[in-house]
Ligand binder design. Structure first.
Ligand SMILES: [Zn+2]
Length: 309
């Protein structure tokens, strides 16, 4: 456990913010703060935790179910409806920016933090050869069962040669990584000349964070150790000496529902409080999407290119 002092992207000073957020999902621990580089609009969770210290914050059936193998099957029609909604919005997200690769000749795609391999499956359906990395054995087993070649571990111990991939993705995984620049440098080395790096992460500078405050679900403390923004992603491309192809924001369908749930229930509470939160969220979501449209979405993305040799 340590206090972050300098921005990992530009090296500038980190300043305190008013974030005092609890782990709403697994342990209830906290409060956790965020220190921000005002030059990059980049945030770092305070205190920074090591991988060993972070382990217990992933120890939940809910977390494993939602992120790694699509959740438990149920005969309850409400649960089936929710599963169908999640599947559909997941499929849509897997084809939206920065993963809308139509027009790019398919090659080898590596998904870093691939979970159960949903994004890899989407890429395989579009003609790409799917590769993944994930530290969770359960996730790796699921992704491998879906036809991907998956390494159980991290970029620090990955088995592939430099220049192996035409596209490398971090789909809501980079914010979990303790040393993001180190991971991105490893990813850059794995890119073939002219290859692309696609990053999607929560947008630290979005209006939803100002509105929901410490209960903005995408803070997801302390699992999110890093907090990106479009400005921070631009600066990241400079630091990595990659060409920035595109940068911007998108909207995540369900995230505002969980912010509303945390406002209502304080922490993740399966059962009637969760279903009441859905009922409240449904009429509110159109206004959230409108806000995202005009005020910037709750996710940010960037595509960066390794210069051709
Ligand atoms: Zn900075």
């Amino acid at each position: 456990m340590s206090q972050p002092t300098n921005c990992p992207i530009c090296g500038g000073p980190l300043n305190p913010t008013d974030v005092r957020a609890y782990d709403h999902l697994v342990t209830g621990d906290g409060p956790f703060g965020v220190r921000e580089c005002t030059a990059c609009r980049y945030g770092v969770t305070d205190p920074q935790l090591s991988n060993a210290e972070l382990g217990p914050y992933y120890a939940s059936d809910y977390y494993a179910g939602y992120y790694e193998h699509g959740g438990p099957r149920s005969r309850n029609p409400l649960y089936r409806l929710r599963a169908a909604f999640r599947k559909r919005s997941g499929e849509r997200r897997n084809r939206q920016r920065p993963f809308d690769v139509e027009g790019i000749p398919p090659g080898r795609f590596l998904d870093v933090g691939c979970g159960g391999g949903e994004l890899l499956r989407s890429f395989a359906a579009r003609g790409w050869e799917p590769y993944g990395i994930d530290p969770s054995e359960q996730a790796v087993e699921t992704a491998a069962g879906r036809g991907a070649k998956v390494h159980c571990g991290t970029l620090a111990d990955q088995p592939w040669e430099e220049g192996s991939f035409q596209l490398i993705g971090f789909n809501h995984s980079l914010e979990h990584i303790v040393d993001p620049i180190d991971a991105l440098r490893s990813a850059r080395d794995l890119l073939a000349p002219g290859g692309l790096l696609a990053i999607a992460a929560p947008n630290w500078t979005c209006w939803q964070r100002s509105r929901f405050g410490n209960r903005w679900s995408s803070l997801d403390m302390p699992r999110h150790q890093q907090h990106f923004s479009p400005q921070a992603l631009r600066r990241t491309a400079e630091t990595l000496e990659l060409e920035l192809s595109s940068v911007g924001t998108t909207s995540a369908a369900g995230a505002a529902t969980y912010s509303i749930h945390y406002m209502l229930a304080g922490h993740y509470t399966p059962g009637w409080k969760l279903w009441l939160s859905y009922a409240i969220a449904i009429p509110v979501l159109p206004f959230v999407f409108l806000g995202d449209r005009f005020g910037g979405g709750d996710c940010c993305f960037a595509v960066m290119r390794r210069p051709a040799a």
